[in-house]
Design a protein around this ligand. Structure first.
Ligand code: SF4
Length: 312
């Protein structure tokens, strides 16, 4: 892709939605009441070391407010800013395919029955997506927008072991390939800066992940968050961590953009944990502010997505 004047120098997420929907769409985070197999012993115990989902109930589902009620509340919040837009139900908390199929159907279909909902975004671990679930999602995807967002986090197995992820990269690769060709949008998430990663391994990882049939890539910097095992390790021995400055991270994201497949859409680049939880890094920047800096840097360097793909 050579960028067009006046347009972004990378495929941004709003443009992705414009290719799919006539109206503006907004992801609406809802808690489907699922739990996590990396905490209840079915895949692992203790959870990923960077995760601060403290509360945990070993049953498949936690008690949460009704899905319709959560959607209505979310719409009330967003409708103040944007009138007449549609919404995607974003099952975000924990692992949203980790339940028997009949439970998944109940949760997803309650969301889809809402008149303002146009589709689903389902965040999950790659090791809890069965063929049966994919067949069902494939069927749903004939009628609605359906995206499965896989937490890949790193392509480096040593790093994945160190953070107690409970699966290796081959599992993520397998899940992505099994999801492809079914009309389901595939998203993947990477964290940059996990202990044991180098700049080179992270860059190589992003390139490798984008060689798989994903459509959407979501990135963010490692954040050391209170209440996690990573926070304990960091406070004991900060030298184990290579935390990037905002400018270093910005340059790194530029390198990633230049080298990945030019048709992948980039959803976000930074996360911002609430200040009361965040130990480091203290960048104090929101995703839209980072995006503005990124646009400026890409322009200064006169570079764009995929410019150096296959050249390094
Ligand atoms: S990051 Fe996801 S998979 Fe890991 S412990 Fe937290 S909820 Fe579970």
């Amino acid at each position: 892709m050579k960028f067009e004047l006046g347009k972004k120098r990378y495929n941004d997420y709003p443009t992705f939605f414009k290719t799919l929907f006539e109206e503006r769409v907004q992801k609406l985070s809802i808690d489907g009441g699922f739990t996590c197999p990396n905490r209840d012993g079915s895949k692992g115990v203790g959870g990923c070391s960077f995760c601060n989902n403290e509360s945990f109930n070993p049953d498949y589902c936690r008690a949460v407010r009704g899905i319709t009620e959560q959607i209505d509340e979310g719409i009330r919040f967003f409708a103040r800013k944007y009138k007449g837009q549609r919404y995607l139900a974003y099952f975000q908390a924990y692992s949203n395919t980790y339940a028997p199929l009949d439970v998944l159907k109940l949760r997803y279909e309650e969301a889809l029955a809402h008149p303002m909902i146009s589709g689903l975004v389902i965040g999950t671990r790659p090791d809890v997506v069965s063929e049966e679930v994919l067949d069902y999602l494939e069927e749903l995807a004939r009628r609605y927008y359906v995206c499965v967002e896989y937490g890949v986090e790193s392509v480096n197995d040593t790093v994945l072991r160190q953070v107690n992820r409970g699966h290796d990269f081959a599992v993520a690769e397998q899940a992505i390939r099994a999801t492809a060709g079914r009309g389901i949008t595939i998203g993947a998430h990477l964290i940059f800066g996990l202990p044991g990663e180098s700049r080179e391994s992270m860059l190589e990882g992003a390139i490798r992940l984008c060689e798989l049939p994903i459509q959407v890539l979501k990135l963010h910097q490692l954040q050391i968050v209170k209440g996690t095992r990573l926070a304990e390790q960091y406070l004991e021995n900060p030298a184990l961590f290579r935390l990037y400055t905002l400018d270093e991270y910005l340059d790194f994201v530029v390198e990633v953009i230049e080298r990945i497949r030019s048709d992948v859409y980039l959803e976000r680049f930074v996360n911002q944990s609430p200040p009361e939880y965040l130990i480091a890094p203290q960048w104090g920047i929101k995703n839209f502010e980072f995006t503005a800096k990124l646009d400026k840097r890409l322009e200064e360097l006169d570079t764009w997505q995929g410019r150096l793909k296959d050249k390094s």
